[in-house]
Design a protein. Structure first.
Length: 224
């Protein structure tokens, strides 16, 4: 398995790289976000380990950019920034786990294995709500076993609704998860995208509907 470490502290890189290689992982290292982007273009990684305090582009900003292109590869933030507000930013931008420095290698290794197990489970599975089937890794959606075409944003939005079927999602939650950066809460981007998605998945005979809940948000309902 191939892991990319995005970190500019030589001692930390040497420590992690040595330990993970001894565990059988293939490791690449980028000292900046720009270098990481070049590596990602030419390689497939099962996991990214990202420091926050990088030169030029921060790890948080890199993560936002990366998540616009890739929703599935797990990301572990590794940083000395340990405040709740920093952790909130990390998870809002799309990280899957957050480990603060200093740390024990054994804890890092446990988190790496947990994230890779989660990724393997997602790769081998699909989401299903009524007549809708969504395959995350294949970027495919079927309605009544017929393929439908979605934009990347519509795909991410539908996936978020399907994971949270039966749960009311606020516009703020949807913005944070699907777009991964803050919009003016007054924006209508959520409503516009949901209306577009509805036109593609609301069909006669389908009991799966995205319903507006006044003053609260939206919910994907399915009634047999």
């Amino acid at each position: 398995m191939r892991i990319l470490i995005i970190e500019d502290e030589e001692g930390v890189v040497r420590f992690i790289k040595k330990g993970l290689r001894e565990e059988g992982f293939n490791i690449d290292v980028a000292e900046s976000a720009e270098e990481a982007l070049d590596l990602i273009k030419n390689n497939n990684y099962e996991l990214l380990i990202i420091d926050v305090l990088l030169p030029k582009m921060t790890g948080f900003d890199f993560l936002s950019f990366f998540r616009e292109k890739n929703q599935e590869t797990p990301v572990l933030m590794l940083t000395a920034k340990d405040s709740i507000s920093d952790k909130r930013i990390g998870f809002q931008r799309g990280c899957d786990d957050y480990l603060t420095k200093p740390f024990h290698f054994e804890e890092l290794l446990m988190r790496v294995h947990a994230l890779l197990r989660r990724r393997k489970s997602i790769v081998n599975s699909f989401l299903e709500v009524g007549p809708i089937k969504l395959y995350p890794q294949k970027f495919q959606v079927y309605l009544f076993d017929e393929p439908i075409s979605l934009t990347k944003t519509e795909f991410s939005l539908l996936r978020y609704f399907m994971i949270n079927q039966g749960i009311v999602l606020s516009r703020t939650q949807i913005l944070n998860h699907v777009w991964q950066y803050s919009f003016d809460i007054g924006t209508n981007v959520v409503d516009v995208t949901i209306n577009s998605l509805r036109k593609k998945i609301h069909r006669e005979g389908s009991a799966a509907k995205i319903v507006s809940i006044y003053g609260m948000g939206y919910i994907l309902q399915y009634h047999v």
